[in-house]
Write a protein that binds this ligand. Sequence first.
Ligand code: BGC
Length: 856
Amino acid sequence: MPAVCRDARSVQSLLLPGARGPRRRPAPAEQPSSVRPRSEGERCSFATVNDAELDALIDALTLEEQVSLLAGTDNWHTAELPQHGIPAMRVTDGPAGARGTTFTGPSSVNVPSGTALAATFDPALVERIGALLGRETRAKGARVLLAPTVNLHRTPVGGRNFECQSEDPHLSSRITVGYVKGVQSEGVAACVKHFVGNDTEHERTTIDNRIDERTLREMYLQPFEAAVCEANAQAIMAAYNRINGPFAADSKELITDVLRGEWGFTGIVMSDWFGLHSTVEGIEAGLDLEMPGPTRDRGAKLVAAVESGTVDASLVRAAARRMLSVMDRLGAITDGGPGPETTRDAPEDRSLIRSTGAAGMVLLRNEANALPLDPTSVRRVAVIGPNAAKGRIMGGGSAMVNPVHEVHPLGSLRDRLGGAGVEVLDAVGCTIHRTLPPPRRDWVSNATIDYFATAEDMNGGAPPLRSEDLPRFSLIWPEDPSEGLTRELFACRVTFSLTPDVSGPWSFGITSVGRARLFVDGELVADDEHAAPGGSFFGIGKAQFVASHELGAGRAVRVTVEYVNEGAGLMRGLIMGFDPHVIDDLVAAAARLAATTDASIVIVGTNDDWEAEGYDRTTIALPGRQDELISEVAKVSARTIVVVNAGSPVAMPWIDEVDAVLFVWFPGQEFGDALTDVLLGDVDPGGRLPVTLPRRLEDSPAFEHHPGRNGVGRYLEGRLIGYRHYDTIGREPLFPFGHGLSYASISIDGATSGDGVVRATVTNAGGRAGVEVIQVYVHDPVGTGAPDDAVQHLVGFAKVELAPGESRSVEVALDPRWAMHWDVAAHAWSTRAGARELRVGRSSRRIDHVLAVTAG
Ligand code: BGC
């Protein structure tokens, strides 16, 4: 029995209006857009555009030309063949914005990160964010957005969890479908990543993740399947890791059999950056595009493999044809190639990002209606915490963009509360940097950088080949630094004057891919030759090397940092950080301030030192002295409101000491205003937890098996991740999946089911508008007998907004597979006939109604 798939929609119906392909057939009739139950044998194939003309074009190319289309030419472009009228195509990261070709070029709109989007439980809203990102991608002259990231949260400490959406495949799938549809509505291909099992940053480029077939099908493959079969995603990025042996990029089973064969995917599959390690296996598996370029494993090597008969020429032809086919669907063959990179900044985009940020904020606790904060009830408010003046709007790594606009909590609260006559005072409370931060502007002057061809030139006193003002203290060179300098080999010297404002020992930190040395007034202070490997630059660079040096207040010193990119293969970079030893007790100072106010808003969380691509966290504790800060403030404050600004779970040992807790994730560039909207009650906190918050890391699923040993990651917990784990083994989480409070008082009554939906009446009895997310979980009292059968899992949800006093009937569509499981022996989805419970409620632990139903 063949596997069945979700709805297929035509390419043309989804790639509008930017698609301007010249040789297009009329669009086939559209399928209904909602998920419908899949029937046996249904496949999500769709008509390919211009078959005959594409065949003619591909057959006009030589083998070398076909092969050239199968690798990038640089970080962000595919190859052009002008003699055949084929331009290059640009791709861009993804997913919290469309960055363009540099981290420092034209700025980009920054939308909420993955967990913040999933917390909205609102696929239609996410579709609007997707469309905004599609427009951003076009503004960067690109046609492929390397997003969304849809791996599941197997453990709370995954370094890229903030970028992904949820621990639950149903929620992830719904959010993914919205995102992809939105992006692709602007003539841009969404490249859904990382296919599959890239659930940890630990040894991410080599680890062999062993995932059993049923777990893969029912959990980790679900969001990809939905993206392909329901949203018609046009591109997929293979994961770095191995899956059950082969690298994901070499997995014929996943790429050819499942993705193309069963799901009918006709788009392109590209490698993650430097994630292809083969000339033969990758092309045989069906991997189309090696990224980035220039090629390492294809080009002449692949031509030779074809000519010697090792690789069948038809595989090269098929992959090149898929490249052209997707370009054609996008209109990227006739659009003249990548355009200029520009910045958009529209008021309606800012307002969409602001309301989406607020729609994902989760009110976890609200004792005695501590929130919303009525400005007329307070005279002095303290805004405290390391994330108050500059909050974290996004996580770290390739998901970062150079934001076009930023609003932070302290500024926004000061504007709004200040405008209402409230005095707003602030204190940092503690610091949370793991690596030393860049210096304050007022400490530094005359900062320059000189480039040399070689270390010998630099050390031998040769004149620099290029000199410029130092642009920033964090430098990365994805391309050649300038004409005449190759990124493979160059050296540079950073020089500046540092005027300390305090006397005493100062810390100097250097982090590099290569080798860096730091001198103060000519004296060698730090040399990172023997710094520990890993921990910076996506895991490729070294850990920060820190040394101490005594400085005197007001006495300027000359600091020189020399960098040589020796040994730096895939990447080159240098980060410099400085800090005086802090003698003041920042926690005590913040508590003293809090004691003088009517309310304290404590904004805690993480930053990209903790949540970033390249490494996992090792703990879910808030970094630095933040736990202590909250407790000390709570002891003396009239009202303590904690705002958690993190991309994934943190522990809250102080939970019973505080009045209110709002989890805001990484909410994007409008963070401050979105937060103020919710804190002051202009907007109901619309978010629900897309992940379980554990009390301790040790309680979490996969704890015993993560991050793997001896290069192997064993997914021995099977399907019991997230709330499936807590609910099945009866372990109390700190807050359950799906939890989130409203300022309104909403009830759910009269639940019934039938025709694949659950209906209920939702009533807002209070005097405030509010939001509720009705969730439906299925419980199978018999199960399939597998040890990792979950006691219940989410099969549908619907978000409703209700005016004061409003009552409304709501329909929750059930996942067509609500009663199905993957039958390994039959290699197909199968329904176990019999009784089920549909549990209707507002979190995995708060069930209002139980409906008895029969499946099959
Ligand atoms: C990341 C991808 C990203 C690519 C390009 C890789 O390190 O894993 O998600 O799209 O870099 O920046």
